[in-house]
Design a protein around this ligand. Structure first.
Ligand code: GTP
Length: 385
């Protein structure tokens, strides 16, 4: 991880979570090419004690949920660089709850101008009238400056709340938030709502969806996963960022929370076991793979894609009898992913050289021309299982 100090009023913490392992030849080059400022920015906003810092610490710094009880209130903007892989690169800015961003000294052009997503955290256990007022003011201001921001509402701390109450809170908050914006003449803004808690996987799932919207290559990755599962007899496949356990893409079949949790747990098991039997640097490397058989004739199969990404698949035991085909298709998939990385890297380089127009077409594989990322073919030949 790298930390920058550009703004004087900001407080930069230097937690040294061991994420400084390299990512093959892409890592170094991408860092130097992309620069911190070109990374999408995710803002965490909301009232005091709504849970913003806890979310950031639990998802990106492996803090255990119970430890967040001892977090001190944030008094300055805390800026955190997430550099897990070429696909997972962004900054998170955690705002103090009491900040008055309508204050003229608050540089909203700078804050909202380079923002990709604004996550607004609402404490579902608290009276949320004030939160909704602040939400409306924040969105109105941010949208005026940058209409491309994705607005994400986390209805947070829903642990210990019955399913019915959760749904009721979500319905109520959704209704009131959209009504408020409509009153302000902003009914065209699209809001996404997520029920979250740091005490289960919901926060990782919600953050996965936020991050995915910031990955321009998402349709390509999804398409590659669709090709992989349909040719290999796999029921569900997730492409995971191993460090944070957020999934950066999945196939087009619906995500059910239990499957996602199983896959997250599998990553934990693999990392923990590898750490016992190997040194820390090699806990997850290009040889990593794992197979877990569940007692309901289902198999969880994990394969390393690169140093930061893992593919975790769920499939029926019968279909695993043709493991050779699955493995072969996986190699095609991995090759395709590395081509997407290379393409991204080249595009970044070409942007740096300000030669977009001439260079872009030359760098795209034939199947991606005409902007048709949904029609990308998997390099290599997939074999039908
Ligand atoms: N039950 C429950 N408590 C949570 C959850 N997330 C955070 N908390 C608790 O909420 C309290 C406030 O969390 P913080 O992360 O400090 O809140 P914040 O929004 O960063 O607060 P400020 O820095 O004051 O703006 C802490 O005691 C957390 O343990 C959650 O999902 N469920």
């Amino acid at each position: 991880m790298s930390y920058q100090d550009e703004e004087e009023q900001m407080d930069y913490h230097t937690d040294s979570f061991p994420k400084d392992f390299g990512y093959g030849h892409f890592d170094h080059e991408t860092d130097s090419q992309s620069g911190t400022e070109s990374k999408p920015r995710i803002l965490l906003m909301g009232l005091r004690r709504s849970g913003k810092s806890s979310i950031q610490k639990v998802v990106f710094h492996k803090m255990s949920p119970n430890e967040t009880l001892f977090l001190e209130s944030t008094s300055k903007i805390v800026k955190d660089d997430i550099n897990n892989s070429s696909f997972v690169q962004f900054q998170i800015w955690d705002f103090p709850g009491q900040i008055d961003f309508i204050d003229p000294t608050f540089d909203s052009d700078m804050i909202f101008g380079g923002c990709g997503a604004l996550v607004f955290v609402i404490d579902a256990k608290d009276d949320y009238n004030d939160a909704l007022t602040k939400f409306k003011n924040t969105v109105t201001k941010a949208y005026k400056i940058n209409p491309r921001i994705k607005f994400e509402v986390f209805i947070h701390k829903v642990d210990g709340i019955s399913d019915d109450s959760k749904m009721e809170s979500q319905r109520d908050i959704h209704q009131r938030a959209t009504d408020d914006l409509a009153d302000a003449g902003l009914n065209q803004i699209h809001l996404s709502f997520h029920l979250t808690s740091i005490y289960d996987h919901s926060i990782f799932e919600a953050f996965s969806k936020v991050v995915q919207k910031l990955i321009p290559q998402l349709p390509t990755l999804e398409n590659l996963l669709n090709i992989l599962i349909s040719n290999s007899g796999i029921e569900k496949a997730f492409l995971f960022d191993v460090v944070s356990k957020i999934y950066i893409a999945t196939d087009c079949t619906p995500v059910d929370m239990q499957s996602y949790e199983l896959c997250c747990d599998m990553i934990d098991v693999v990392i923990d076991l590898s750490s016992i039997y190997s040194s820390e640097e090699t806990a997850f490397d290009n040889q990593s793979s794992s197979l877990i058989k569940l007692n309901n004739s289902t198999i969880l199969y994990l394969r390393e894609v690169n140093k930061f990404l893992a593919l975790v698949c769920i499939l029926r035991e019968d279909n695993f009898s043709r493991q050779g085909i699955i493995d072969y298709n996986f190699l095609c998939f991995r090759e395709a992913i590395s081509q997407v990385f290379e393409l991204r890297l080249k595009n970044q380089k070409s942007e740096t050289l300000e030669q977009h127009d001439e260079d872009d077409d030359a760098f795209k594989p034939t199947s991606m021309r005409n902007g048709g990322s949904m029609t990308i073919d998997s390099p290599g030949t997939s074999v039908n299982a």
